[in-house]
Design a protein around this ligand. Structure first.
Ligand code: PMT
Length: 310
């Protein structure tokens, strides 16, 4: 497995903003672990789906489904709970603090009464005000660092980088891996450079398996961090069994099991202390499943830190 992981990284195209990203990460971690901030806990929330390019000058790609809603809503709740959040997200997916905005905020939120003036439409003033205020406060207090990715190559290199720079934060760090990560990919070296031609009939592509990074994250990259992974299935009959197997195999602290069609209503927290079903509070229209979910995860993290020190 280690060989497969090394060869995945060795053959990956290098990250474009590696130097700048590393500097931003180091500054963020230094600020949040300093005593003036009371040594905040730091969580890396991953969000959105990774793409698998089929051509090096990519025109076509395979994608994994994820709107980014889970990651964005969880990020808001972690910030509310006092965490600093590294939000590793797929470009173009849902962002924290934007849930109450219309789907296309720029076109729907604003009006243009005369040539010199752009105004927020009355019906959206409150939502825009809250989104701007909350997001700016989180960034200004140094609680939110947003890092975008698109491809599986970018995602896994950035995850490894974050794990490395978070190593010294030890048990106060957490990985909350909500991103939908490709299981198959085309290795960069065997990928055609230019757009695949469509004139020569059906296309045969052989996809290699993306090595599962959870084992190495737990054993090597960030062994002291609290680690939460996800299990997504479309068949509810196999969901808990698969999540339980993942818990045992990858030795994460909990697996959050969700079924595609009910994921906004219900998540099952599968861990060695038993399974807990977390639901959205249906009698409260504003309630989202992440409110109760993150409360529970934060409690579990507190217990983990206490046990670590005892
Ligand atoms: O974004 P939304 O629309 O709100 O939807 C949220 C969600 C359903 C996408 C989210 O809640 C979720 O379940 N995310 C994980 C989906 C997924 O990829 O599951 P999986 O069974 O393929 O992977 C399980 C775990 O293995 C994941 O935590 C992943 O980070 C990890 N993995 C996957 C592939 C790989 N090569 N290496 C990995 O480490």
């Amino acid at each position: 497995m280690e060989d497969e992981i090394s060869s995945f990284f060795e053959s990956s195209p290098p990250l474009k903003n590696m130097k700048e990203t590393t500097e931003n990460l180091n500054q963020f971690i230094e600020l949040n672990s300093s005593s003036s901030q009371g040594g905040r806990r730091i969580v890396c929330v991953t969000s959105g789906g990774t793409t698998v390019p089929l051509e090096q000058r990519c025109v076509r790609y395979i994608d994994n489904f994820s709107s980014g809603n889970r990651g964005a809503a969880s990020t808001e709740n972690f910030v509310k709970a006092g965490y600093a959040v590294i939000f590793l997200y797929r470009r173009g997916t849902f962002q924290p603090y934007c849930r109450s905005l219309p789907d296309d905020p720029f076109l729907e939120c604003f009006e243009y009464p005369d040539k010199t003036n752009i105004q927020v439409h009355k019906s959206h003033v409150e939502a825009v005000k809250m989104a701007v205020m909350d997001q700016q406060a989180a960034v200004a207090e140094g609680r939110l660092l947003k890092l975008p990715f698109s491809t599986i190559y970018e995602y896994l290199q950035m995850l490894r980088l974050i794990a490395m720079v978070l190593k010294d934060v030890g048990p106060y760090s957490m990985f909350y891996l909500a991103a939908a990560v490709s299981d198959f990919y085309v290795p960069w070296d065997s990928m055609t450079e230019h757009k695949i031609e469509s004139g020569s009939g059906p296309l045969d592509i052989r996809l290699a398996q993306v090595p599962k990074m959870l084992s190495i994250l737990r054993s090597n990259w960030a062994p002291k961090a609290f680690c939460i992974s996800f299990k997504l299935e479309t068949d509810s009959k196999i969901l808990i069994e698969k999540a339980t197997k993942a818990l045992q195999k990858y030795k994460v602290h909990a697996v959050l099991a969700n079924e595609l069609s009910t994921r906004k209503e219900e998540v099952v927290v599968v861990s060695s202390s038993g399974n807990v079903v977390v639901r959205r509070e249906c009698d409260k229209p504003e309630s989202i499943v992440e409110d109760n979910l993150i409360r529970l995860i934060v409690d579990r993290h507190s217990t983990y830190i206490k046990e670590y020190h005892s």
